[in-house]
Design a protein around this ligand. Sequence first.
Ligand code: URA
Length: 236
Amino acid sequence: MRLDAYLARAGLASRRQARDLIRRGRVRVDGEVCRDAARRIVSETVRLDGRAVGSPALIEDFILHKPEGFACSRDEREAPLVFDLLDERLRRREWLIAGRLDRATSGLLVLTRDGELVHRLTHPARKVPKRYRIGFEGELAPDAVDRCRAGLLLQGEDRPTRPAELVIQGPGRATLVLREGRTHQVRRMIRALGAEVVSLQRDRIGAFVLPPDLAPGDLRPLDRAERALLLSDNSL
Ligand code: URA
């Protein structure tokens, strides 16, 4: 979030007043006077006239572009962990992950401390769609699209998967939209359909698309409007 928006959201000033305070040198970021209203604030300490602006409480939700090779876990034995991508201050927070990704999967990951948000994003009854971009090897069954729509019975399970939309985009490339999150679900569905996933990226949750300027490993706070986009369930 920009520094001027940060001050405004903390309720200290309007956006215009915030820019004025910044220009006049009254705002410090991590101890240094900052006169750049566009400065990006992620986890830095912001002070106005020496008093801490208690805004980190406002920034509870982040998105991370998870690179391949990082585990969604707190267990050091599984290192490297997605939390290793955060700076020291953020790493210490008690994060919840809304919809874990396998180590070998990249893409959109939501980090929050809001259990309600996790529930709303992950509970199958909420039906928030998640889109996966798939690279696969082998041949998918000719009726793969229909079988995804109808629901697949995966090995070792007694309930078919919920209706899912498979779109074959070209040789070895497809997207799959799921409204639930079983363990390794995309990989297992593609295997059940005769092929093998070789690359997997989650690029959309609800109506929120992985921002093209968010490089793998980068993190940024979510504002309210973006949070609402994440939760919109009928967008795909
Ligand atoms: N499905 C998978 O197989 N892996 C993921 O990481 C997410 C969905």
